[in-house]
Structures are given as structure tokens and as C-alpha cells.
Design a protein around this ligand. Structure first.
Ligand code: ZN
Length: 107
């Protein structure tokens, strides 16, 4: 379907059903995202006291690209204040360093 505002074709990973009436802020290509169950250590501060507890969460790892732009952003976050949006080279550096930290002596 032809959308008058669309300046670039959907990347192969885009799952959005774009519409003519999409708000300009929503004119972006997005993948389906992947949910990742995680356990977070959370600190709460009450006065000068800090308490720590564990919280089970689901983070979403996804990618998106504003229509008409070539840069793809990699998102990791949730709806509760956790949000990272990384460029592709940044996402690769984080993944590589994390792999080195988790498995410093691969065989
Ligand atoms: Zn699209």
C-alpha cells in the first residue's frame, strides 16, 4: 500500500503496518522485538537508608529506524524506566565486551 509520507521502503525486519494517518512521531520502522526475562538488583533509598531487593522483569530488545533515515537504533528497556537506545556500532561494542566479561577464556 502506498503511504504518502513514507520516504524509505520498510527494512526487511519491519513488522509495522504503516498508515496514512500515522502521527509524525510514529513514522518509524520497527521490528517485533524480543522479550528477555531478567533479574534486576534494585536499590531504594528511604532517608539515609538504602535497601536492596531483586526484581523479576522482562526487557525488550528491539531495533527501529526513523523513516527516511539510514541509522538503525537498538533499544533495550521496559516501560518502567529502563531504556537504552544504542547505535549499531555501540550495540556491537557492548555485546562484545559483555561476552568477554562473561566468558574471559573461551576455548
Ligand atoms: Zn516499515
Amino acid at each position: 500500500m502506498f503511504i504518502s509520507w513514507q520516504r524509505s521502503p520498510c527494512p526487511e525486519w519491519c513488522v509495522i503496518d504503516h498508515a496514512e494517518e500515522d502521527h509524525p512521531d510514529d513514522r518509524a520502522h520497527r521490528d517485533a522485538g524480543r522479550e528477555i526475562p531478567v533479574r534486576l538488583r534494585v536499590s531504594d533509598f528511604s532517608g539515609s537508608q538504602a535497601t536492596e531487593h531483586l526484581r523479576e522483569e522482562r526487557l525488550v530488545l528491539g531495533r527501529w529506524q526513523r523513516d527516511g533515515e539510514s541509522r538503525t537504533w537498538y533499544f533495550l528497556g521496559n516501560d518502567h524506566g529502563v531504556a537504552l537506545e544504542l547505535s549499531e556500532d555501540s550495540a556491537r561494542r557492548v555485546a562484545e565486551e559483555l561476552a568477554r566479561v562473561l566468558d574471559p577464556d573461551p576455548r
